[in-house]
Each structure stands twice: as structure tokens, then as C-alpha cells.
Design a protein around this ligand. Structure first.
Ligand code: OGA
Ligand code: MN
Length: 201
């Protein structure tokens, strides 16, 4: 499937089921460069213990999540980060054409989950701030095995879906509706998690 078809698929899946899983949406060659970029940021000490909540309630809570993050809007984006943001941007345009007119900004971070790390079930939209509308997650580890854990588990009303965090897979879902978690990983796990923000009304 070519990218324009994947964008159409994402729009239609989001509309009908509230989430979309696209395997092979990022090339292996691109994922090699993303992994090198993440290594570089980590070696420069730019990853920090992830936090939960925002503003006054912003806190680290190791019982809830144990990943380390680097926020992409913090520094000038590297060429490969720009490419990732541009790819995600093409999906945003698809969503905007079909249902939202006001999805504008993207905020997001790389996440490193070391062996033993997890993120308990949560919704991405904050209780007192409804701007996060659509979540996007991308995976960068080659050749992920089921036994390595670290699934992105979507909790749907009728069933659970375990997404393998395999390189090139892109996942979109509604930030206020889809409860999800990262199950304990047994291998170092690299991801990008981002949110399309809606203009406050
Ligand atoms: C998040 C999140 C999923 C992942 O950061 O909110 O759900 O697979 N991340 O990194
Ligand atoms: Mn999340």
C-alpha cells in the first residue's frame, strides 16, 4: 500500500472503529536513522524520566509509567525528526479533510522503555484540557518477538488488541476514548507518541 492509500485507510478506520493500525508505514531504512537519532539524544543525556499529568499535577510516578522521554518540540528537530513529523503531518491533513477542521499542532515525544518498563492503562486526553484529539504512536525496533512483551494494548469495550511494537508500524486512535497501556517489556523498546491538538474553543 502506498502512503496516500494508508492515509485513506487511517481516516476510514478511525471513523469506523476509533483506531487504526498500519504495519510497514515507515521504511526499515528510515527506522535505522531514527534509532541512530534516539541513540544520539540519549548519549547527550537528553532523555528524562517520563511524567504524568500536566502543570500543577505534573509528577513522575514510577508505579504508573517507567519510560524515559525526549520531547520533540524542545530542540530544533534533526533531519530525521523532521521527516517523521512531515509523515505524520500528511495523516493530519487526511483527518482534517474528513472530520476535524481544527487539528493544528502536534506535540510528541520519543520514548525509551528499558527492560522491566511499562505504562499502565490510561487515556491520553487530560481531564482539564481537551485539546489532545488524535494520538499517534510509531515503533522503531526491528524484528520484535511476541515473547519480548512491550505490547501497545488497546482496551476496547469488547476485546483487547495487542500491537507488537515492530519497526514501521503506525497506530492512530482517539485520545479521549481509547484506553491503552504498554505491557512490561523484556527488551529495550523505542517509540514515538504524539498528539494532534485541537484549538481550544
Ligand atoms: C503514551 C503512550 C505508547 C507507546 O506515551 O501516552 O501511550 O507505545 N505511549 O509508546
Ligand atoms: Mn498513551
Amino acid at each position: 500500500m502506498k502512503e496516500p492509500q494508508r492515509v485513506d485507510q487511517a481516516v476510514s478506520d478511525l471513523e469506523h472503529q476509533g483506531y487504526c493500525i498500519l504495519e510497514g508505514a515507515l521504511s526499515a531504512e528510515f527506522c535505522v536513522r531514527i534509532r541512530a537519532d534516539i541513540e544520539r539524544l540519549r548519549d547527550s543525556g537528553l532523555f528524562a524520566q517520563a511524567r504524568i499529568g500536566k502543570a500543577a499535577s505534573h509528577q513522575t510516578n514510577l508505579e504508573i509509567r517507567r519510560d524515559e522521554t525526549y520531547w520533540l518540540n524542545e530542540g530544533a528537530p534533526s533531519p530525521v525528526q523532521k521527516e517523521l513529523l512531515e509523515t505524520v503531518e500528511r495523516y493530519r491533513e487526511g483527518f482534517n479533510r474528513h472530520f476535524f477542521s481544527g487539528l493544528w499542532e502536534l506535540e510528541g515525544h520519543f520514548g525509551i522503555y528499558s527492560p522491566g518498563a511499562f505504562y499502565l492503562p490510561h487515556l491520553d486526553q487530560f481531564q482539564n484540557d481537551s485539546r489532545r484529539t488524535v494520538s499517534v504512536v510509531a515503533f522503531f525496533n526491528p524484528d520484535w518477538k511476541v515473547g519480548e512483551g512491550g505490547f501497545l494494548r488497546l482496551h476496547l469495550p469488547e476485546r483487547k488488541i495487542d500491537v507488537l511494537p515492530n519497526e514501521g508500524t503506525l497506530v492512530f486512535f482517539f485520545s479521549d476514548r481509547i484506553l491503552h497501556e504498554v505491557t512490561e517489556t523484556h527488551r529495550e523498546r523505542l517509540s514515538f507518541a504524539g498528539w494532534f491538538l485541537q484549538r481550544p474553543r
